[in-house]
Design a protein. Structure first.
Length: 302
C-alpha cells in the first residue's frame, strides 16, 4: 500500500505544482509537457498513460467522438476557464492515475461541480462495501448526477468506464508507450482482462454487462466526471478493495490527504456555525420552501 500511496501523492504534488504555474495563454500541450517534465525530474520513466490536460469546454468533453480528441491540443487557457490535469505515472513499479480539477480564477459553476463531487465519493465507497455489482453502482452514480442536474461525462471515455484496475508493473530502463499508454501497463490490463473473462469479472468498471459482478479485490482508479453546460470537473484516485468481511476493511480510499478532500474539509471549517432554530436549506420544510429553492435542489440552473 505504501508504494501506491507514495506515487499517488507524487502525482497530486505534480498536478498542484503545474496548476500553480498555469497562466492565460498556456496551451493544453504545454500543460501536459510541464507535467511530464516535472515527473521526469523526479525519476519517473514509465506511465500508465502520458499526462493529459483539458481546458474550457473540453473539460466536459464537448464534441468528443473519437479517442484522438482526448489528447492535448493548442487550446489556450483564459481567465475564469476550468481545467483538468490527468496523469498516471509509474514509479518503483507502482502505478497511480489521478485527476485534478481547477480553474484560472473565479468560476461559480466549476465551484459547484467540485463541491457536488463529494457525495459521489461517499456513495461509491458505501456501495462497494455493500458488495453491490459494479454495474449497479455505476448506474447509481449516474442517477445521482441526473438528480444534481449534471451530465455523466465519464460515459465519453472508452467503454464508458468510471474506473479501471491498476497493478504493479515490472520496471524497465526503456519504457515505450503506444497511443499515449505505457506498454507494460497495457500488458497487465490485458492479462487481467483475459483472466477476468475466464472467471467472470472485468478490470474495467463500466455500464455494460461485463461489469455485472461484485467488486474485485485490488486497487481501482476511480474517476466520476460531472459535466454542466461546457464545464466539467472530476477527481480520480485509488480505491482499495479487499476480501475482508469487516466492512471498514473491505474497501477504503487509499489516501484521504488529497487536494479535493482537503478542499471539502476547508469548506466545512469555513461554513458558518448553525444557530439552533435557524432555518437552513437542510431543515426547511416542504411547506415553506420557495419554488426557486426547490428548483436549485433538484437541478440548479446557471
Amino acid at each position: 500500500m505504501q508504494g501506491f500511496r507514495s506515487v499517488q501523492r507524487l502525482a497530486y504534488e505534480c498536478a498542484e505544482a503545474v496548476a500553480a504555474q498555469l497562466r492565460p495563454g498556456v496551451t493544453e500541450r504545454e500543460a501536459a509537457r510541464m507535467q511530464r517534465e516535472w515527473l521526469r525530474g523526479r525519476g519517473v520513466r514509465d506511465w500508465f498513460h502520458l499526462p493529459f490536460a483539458w481546458f474550457g469546454d473540453r473539460t466536459a468533453f464537448a464534441g468528443f467522438r473519437v479517442p484522438l480528441q482526448f489528447f492535448p491540443t493548442n487550446r489556450e487557457l483564459a481567465p475564469g476557464m476550468p481545467f483538468i490535469l490527468d496523469l498516471a505515472p509509474v514509479s518503483g513499479g507502482y502505478t497511480a492515475d489521478v485527476g485534478y480539477s481547477g480553474c484560472l480564477g473565479p468560476n461559480p459553476v466549476h465551484d459547484r461541480l467540485t463541491r457536488d463531487l463529494r457525495v459521489h465519493r461517499e456513495l461509491i465507497l458505501r456501495e462497494v462495501r455493500e458488495r453491490r455489482p459494479l454495474r449497479e453502482i455505476y448506474e447509481d452514480v449516474e442517477r445521482l448526477m441526473v438528480r444534481q442536474g449534471y451530465h455523466n461525462r465519464h460515459r465519453a471515455y472508452p467503454f464508458g468506464v468510471i474506473a479501471h484496475k491498476v497493478d504493479q508493473v515490472r520496471e524497465r530502463r526503456f519504457a515505450p508507450h503506444v497511443f499515449g499508454f505505457g506498454t507494460q501497463s497495457l500488458k497487465g490490463l490485458a492479462k487481467d482482462a483475459l483472466r477476468g473473462h475466464r472467471e467472470g469479472w472485468s478490470p474495467l468498471w463500466s455500464p455494460y454487462r461485463f461489469s455485472d459482478h461484485p467488486p474485485r479485490p485490488g486497487l481501482w482508479a476511480v474517476e466520476p466526471h460531472l459535466g454542466f453546460r461546457g464545464t466539467g470537473a472530476k477527481f480520480e484516485e485509488l480505491l482499495v478493495v479487499t476480501d475482508s468481511r469487516d466492512a471498514q476493511e473491505s474497501a477504503f480510499w487509499l489516501d484521504d490527504d488529497l487536494p479535493h478532500v482537503r478542499r471539502w474539509a476547508e469548506a466545512d471549517a469555513d461554513r458558518e456555525p448553525e444557530t439552533p432554530g435557524k432555518e437552513t436549506p437542510e431543515n426547511r420544510t416542504p411547506e415553506n420552501r420557495t419554488p426557486e429553492k426547490e428548483t436549485s435542489e433538484k437541478g440548479w440552473v446557471a
